[in-house]
Design a protein around this ligand. Sequence first.
Ligand code: HEM
Length: 492
Amino acid sequence: MSDSQLVLFLLPSILSLVLIFILMQRKQARYNLPPGNMGWPFLGETIGYLKPYTAISVGEFMENHIARYGKIYRSNLFGEPTIVSADAGLNRFILQNEGRLFECSYPRSIGGILGKWSMLVQVGDMHRDMRIISLNFLSHARLRTHLLKEVEKHTLLVLGSWKENSVFSAQDEAKKFTFNLMAKNIMSLDPGKPETEQLKKEYVTFMKGVVSAPLNFPGTPYRKALKSRSTILKFIEEKMKERIVRMEEGVENLEEDDLLGWVLKHSNLSTEQILDLILSLLFAGHETSSVAIALAIYFLEGCPSAIQQLQEEHTEIARAKKQSGEVELNWDDYKKMEFTQCVINETLRLGNVVRFLHRKALKDVRYRGYDIPCGWKVLPVIAAVHLDSTLFDQPQHFNPWRWQNSSNTRGSSSNNYASMTPSSNHFLPFGGGPRLCAGSELAKLEMAVFIHHLVLNYRWELAENDQAFAFPFVDFPKGLPIIVKRHSTHYP
Ligand code: HEM
C-alpha cells in the first residue's frame, strides 16, 4: 500500500476521532468542571498517577496537582475522564451516595482477573446478596465465638516458627498468617498440608498479576495470573464437589462452619458465582490485612515508646489471664487492648493499605459549585485525606497517641469512648457507605492479636533498610527483612 493510500485508508478513523474529541470538548464546556489537565490523548495522566512513591506520602503527582488545582481536580486516568478527590467532604459524599449518584466502577482488568462475579466489581442486587453472605461470615457473633480463637491459633503458629537471630521477611510471615487463616475459614484447608501450600503458590502468581499492568501477552504477569486463576478455580470447584457429595451422604462434618459450607447450604448462587465470591474474599481478606500487619511491625520498630506502652498493656492482660488460669484470649481481653487500637488506627492512617477507590458518576452531580458529569470516573483518594496537614497534625509522623480519647479508637459500636477528635471524622481506611469493608472488624482483630503475641514474645529490628512503597498497592520492596530476639520473660 502506498503512503497516499494509507492516508486515505486512515482518514475516516482520524476524522471520527477528531469529531468525538470536539463533541466532548463542547459538551464539557457546558459544565463547570474542576480545574485540571487531561494529559495525553488516551494515556491521559495515568503514567504519572501510577508512579511509585513512599507509602507515607501522597506522591509527587498528587502533591503537585493539589498545589496547582486544589483538592478536587480533573484528569484523564485509566483511559477515562476522571475527577480526583483529595477532599474529605467529597469523599464521604461519594461513598454515602453509592447506588444513587455514584457507583463502584473498577477497571475492566480487575473484573477480568478477580472474575465477573467478584464482589468488588458487582453492583445492585447481586452485590447486596454477596455482601449479606460476607457479613454473615464475618459477623460480630462469629468474631467473638469462633474467629478470635482461629486468629490466635494462626498467630501462634506463625510466631512460634520464628528463629532467633535469623533474618526473614516480616511481610511474608504476615502473608502466611493471613492466608492460612482465610484458607482455613473459607474452605477448611489446614496450614502446611501439600494442597494448602500448592494453593498458596498459585495464589502468589495470581497476586502478581492482579497488581500488574493488564497486558494479556505470553509471558506477562497478567497472563500468568489468568492461568493461576483457572488453576485456583479448578481447585475450589473440586473442594465444592467433594463437599456436596459429603452433604448428600449426610456425613456430619466439622467443616460446616466455613464459608464454602455456608454458601452451599444457605445461598442460591451458581457454581460460577460461588467460585468468584470465594476467590475475591480470599483476595480481600488476605492481601490487605497482611500489609497492615507488616506496616505495624515497620512503624513500631521506629517508635520504641509505642512498643513500651504496648508491652505494658499486653503484659497486664497476660498477667490477669495467668492468675485466672486461662490461656486463650477472649473478647474481654480484646476489649482491654485500648492503646493497641490506637496503634492500629495510626498504622492504617499513615500506611494507607487501600489508597483510593474507583467510582463513576451515575448522574450529573454538582458539588460545591463544581460539576461531575454523568459517566465520568471519580476517584476518592482516602490516603490524601489521612495525610492532609490541615486535618492531622504532622501527618507523616507515626503518633498513635493522637487517637487517645477518640471515638474512633475501637470502631465497633460497643465502645465507650467519650469525645471525638476532629480527625476521626476524616478517617476512612475501610471505605464507607454501603460498600464499607465487610472485614474491617476481623482485620482489626487480626492486627490486635498478632501485636499481642508479638510484643509479649519478641523484640525485633530491621535487618536491612526497607520502606513501604505505593505502587499504588502497598508493598515492601525487600519484603521487610527483620531479625528477632525472644524476651527473657515469657507469658502464655
Ligand atoms: C487492614 C485490612 C483491610 C483494609 C484496609 C480493607 C479496606 C477495604 C476497603 C477500602 C474496601 C472498600 C472498597 C470499595 O469501596 O471499593 C473494602 C471492601 C471489602 N473488604 Fe476489606 N479491607 C481490609 C481487610 C479485609 C478483610 C480481613 C476482609 C475479610 C475477608 C475484607 C473483606 C472485604 C470485602 C468483602 C469488601 C467488599 C465490600 C463490599 O463491596 O460490599 N477486607 N476493604
